[in-house]
Design a protein around this ligand. Structure first.
Ligand SMILES: [Mg+2]
Length: 376
């Protein structure tokens, strides 16, 4: 059962309603997915998070070292890819290319062994997951506070118990929008905010103080991912838990984040930080620092399903008899690549995900859609 083909695809589609956040505007969704095929005809799907064309080039680079190798030895292949990249790209998009191939290899392994990925990771410790809804981005036009409040109410009606909204336009606007959303959802729903590193630590601390009365469960990426000292100072002075890590790669990046006491909640993206193989190692590191891990996830059902299986296997830290369900990110913004290119592998009812039992990730890709929207 050797690898015979590794095919990256860059897929793009325009959005009906462009949206923006503190850094960029999105008018198109674009992703790089990969299919790894074996000599017995089996194949697995993976996905990289980040600039799709660069990830595609990275996958093409790594392919030459993997063709003809046994797919089931995913950790051996991971190490081969890592060693081929470390002299030039110890973090960044080449690691997302490794992640995409790694996720596809886990999918393949599950299909070969007829087991869901969560079981292969060690077992389903958490059969049910309570994801939080990511949305509440900004759109053009007036009455943004009203639109955000209505969107938040929609997630509440769908059964979500927690939502995350964007901040980072300005402190005044952030306060106004958070106040509108909190009023719309009431006090019984968790609310998180994400600045996508829009602020310096002084601004972030001012925002923390002004947000405290809105009962914020975490403040995500308050400052630059380069500013470990700013993260640390903010965390020491803030009563709001600090989250971050979607811009970190491999265990080494998370070691920096943790030993600098930057975060209460570490947020590796499985499709960027090194795949399921490396993020499982990162979870041990996070546990050793007695912090929480909630994976960042942004993409198709391939990426989201990888996160579902990962969280299904995640250790409770420290755990208790009547424990809450673990959480993970579930992006609810417009994404035709998620909803039309791929098929959801798990059930989501009343805001609860059941970890699926199908072999591998359990994800299907619509090949007609792939042929129509992938770059030739
Ligand atoms: Mg974020």
């Amino acid at each position: 059962m050797k690898i015979t083909n590794i095919e990256p695809f860059v897929v793009s589609q325009e959005l009906n309603t462009p949206f923006y956040f503190s850094q960029w505007e999105y008018s198109t969704r674009q992703i790089c997915i990969v299919r790894v095929t074996l000599d017995n005809g089996f194949y697995g799907w993976g996905e990289g998070y980040g600039p799709a064309a660069v990830i595609k080039a990275g996958i093409e680079f790594f392919s030459q070292f993997l063709i003809g190798k046994p797919a089931i030895e995913n950790e051996t292949l991971w190490q081969e890819m890592y060693r081929r990249s470390m002299d030039y790209a110890r973090s960044g998009t080449l690691q997302a290319a490794i992640s995409a191939i790694d996720v596809a290899l886990w999918d393949l392994k599950g299909k070969l062994l007829k087991q869901p990925v969560s079981v292969l990771l060690g077992g389903i410790k958490n059969p049910r997951i309570q994801p939080y809804a990511t949305g509440l981005y900004f759109t053009k036009g007036s009455d943004l506070a009203i639109k955000l409040a209505e969107e938040a109410q929609l997630y509440k009606a769908q059964g979500f118990s927690a939502i995350k909204m964007k901040v980072g336009l300005s402190i005044e606007k952030d306060i106004a929008f958070v106040a509108a959303v909190r009023e719309a959802i009431g006090t019984d729903m968790k609310l998180m905010v994400d600045a996508n590193h829009a602020y310096c630590s002084k601004e972030a601390l001012e925002l923390c103080h002004k947000l405290e009365k809105y009962n914020i469960s975490w403040f995500e990426e308050p400052v630059s991912p380069e500013d470990y000292e700013g993260y640390r100072r903010l965390r020491q002075k803030s009563n709001i838990p600090i989250a971050g890590g979607e811009c970190e790669y491999l265990k080494f990046g998370f070691k920096r984040l943790l030993e600098n006491e930057c975060v209460d909640i570490a947020q590796p993206d499985i499709c960027a930080a090194g795949g399921l193989t490396e993020v499982k190692r990162i979870s041990s590191l996070v546990q050793a620092y007695c912090k929480d891990l909630v994976p960042h996830s942004w993409g198709t059902w391939i990426a989201i399903s990888a996160a579902v299986h990962f969280v299904g296997n995640l250790d409770k830290n420290p755990g208790r008899l009547f424990d809450d369900m673990p959480t993970m990110e579930l992006d609810r913004t417009e994404n035709p690549l998620r909803d039309e290119l791929t098929t959801k592998s798990f059930s989501l009812k009343n805001g609860i995900i059941e970890v699926p039992n199908a072999p591998g990730l359990g994800v299907d890709v619509n090949l007609d859609y792939l042929a129509k929207y992938s770059e030739k």
